[in-house]
Design a protein around this ligand. Structure first.
Ligand code: HEC
Ligand SMILES: [Cu+2]
Length: 398
């Protein structure tokens, strides 16, 4: 807001700069500087009032303390000039804070025309970004200097979408769509090839299942990133509800990444299924080891075994059952568990589900038994998926 920058920014800019280096993270979006400026202005005004007042509150009782038997003094009830001053002056400061805060808020609340849209789903405990055409990923990828609009929803409880470097924090309230926008001004480039290979080697050696972003300071594709946090306490793994923001320098680089995540390509089903197991955060609720029960049952020896349902029914965990468990988790609830699993309807393609099932088979000693029948089932399932894809609106509403 240029006209207000002139009015209010100048004075607080120098102080904002100091504060910025002391306690703010990097400013990486168009409105980060304005946000810091407003914050600093309010901070310094508050301190300018608080410090003298606190000193006087200590000093006056000491200075005017009357011992017993002292002479009575006259009572002062009024001093018009003083009272008018201490009303008007703070009022002016309050109006300045309000106006500047409102301008900043309006700017943040109004996505510019033509902003690129990303659909975001927040869930216990992770983030899923839908870029359209089946490109779904937990990382948020955007293009430098291009406004991005994030349309958010939550599948369960209240979460809060927070990117400190962009000075963007927005509650994601269940049951409604919520929009936020930003324009990134600092790229997070790809690391050098040597550095990337070193990280890949270290990852290989560690034997870790999941990529350790903090340790390598890059994404599994070798990009630097900004942090994305959940800023609203939302349950057991709230503190792990993080994601990563990559700012591509060019549209081409972004396109290339989207192509890379869009499809399985030549990757074998089971291998891709394992990747989805991590990317779609099944891993947050389901382990793949024997006897390791998280929020949901382990995938170890799930496929091909009889499952006991909460209503007493017994079901064989075949393709059909697993597919239903993923698309409509509440249809059959496993004995001893809460119906906490979100539906992945409209979120996983049929190829994705086939991949996940193939992965579960590798985790089960009965993985081979039903694989003949599976081929037929998969074909039938593919038809279902095509039908579902033809109704995207319904899928999203679910
Ligand atoms: C928020 C936690 C959560 C997430 C995330 C989650 N699940 Fe579940 N899942 C559960 C719970 C709890 C159950 C058991 C209750 C039920 O049957 O609904 C379950 C049950 C299942 C079952 C049936 C298991 C059995 O023992 O019979 C399958 C299959 C399954 N989930 C697959 C998946 C897949 C695939 C993903 C990832 C795409 C996933 N789940 C993500 C919580 C979760
Ligand atoms: Cu959360």
């Amino acid at each position: 807001m240029a006209m207000f920058d002139g009015l209010f920014l100048r004075g607080s800019h120098l102080l904002a700069d100091t504060a910025h280096h002391l306690w703010f993270p990097e400013q990486a979006s168009t409105y980060a500087a304005e946000s810091d400026g407003t914050y600093s202005m309010i901070l310094w005004i508050s301190l300018a009032f608080f410090i003298p007042l606190a000193i006087l509150m200590v000093y006056f009782p000491i200075k005017y303390y009357q011992r017993k038997g002292g002479k009575a003094t006259s009572r002062v009830t009024h001093h018009n000039v003083l009272e008018v001053t201490w009303t008007i002056v703070p009022c002016i400061f309050l109006v300045i804070m309000f106006v500047r805060g409102s301008w900043g808020y309006l700017d943040m609340a109004t996505p510019p025309e033509g902003a690129k849209q990303v659909d975001l789903t927040a869930f216990k405990w992770g983030w899923s970004m839908n870029y359209g055409k089946g490109a779904i990923h937990p990382e948020l990828h955007v293009v430098l200097n291009q406004p991005t609009k994030v349309v958010m929803r939550s599948t369960d409880v209240l979460h809060s979408f927070f990117i400190p470097a962009f000075r963007l924090k927005q509650d994601v309230v269940p049951g409604r769509y919520i929009t936020a926008w930003f324009q990134a001004t600092t790229p997070t480039p790809k690391v050098s090839q040597e550095e990337y290979e070193a990280a890949l080697a270290a990852h290989e050696e560690s034997g870790d299942e999941v990529w350790d972003y903090d340790r390598y300071q890059m994404t599994p594709d070798g990009y630097r990133y900004f942090d994305l946090f959940c800023a609203e306490y939302c349950g057991r793994d709230h503190s792990a509800m993080q994601s990563y923001v990559v700012v591509h320098e060019t549209q081409e680089s972004w396109d290339e990444w989207i192509r890379k995540i869009s499809s399985r390509g030549e990757t074998p089903l089971a291998e891709y299924g394992e990747k989805l197991y991590q990317l779609r955060n099944c891993i947050g609720c389901h382990s793949n080891e024997p006897n390791n029960i998280l929020v949901g049952p382990t995938f170890h020896n799930l496929y091909g075994y009889e499952r006991q349902m909460a209503d007493g029914e017994t079901v064989l965990a075949d393709e059909q059952y697993i597919r239903e468990s993923i698309l409509d988790p509440k249809a059959k609830v496993v004995m001893g568990f809460q119906p906490q699993m979100p539906s992945f309807k409209g979120q996983l393609s049929d190829d994705d589900i086939a991949s996940l099932i193939a992965y579960m088979k590798t985790l089960s000693d009965r993985g081979e038994t039903a694989s003949e029948a599976a081929l037929d089932d998969d074909a039938a399932a593919a038809d279902d998926a095509d039908a579902a894809a033809a109704q995207p609106v319904e899928a999203i509403a679910n």
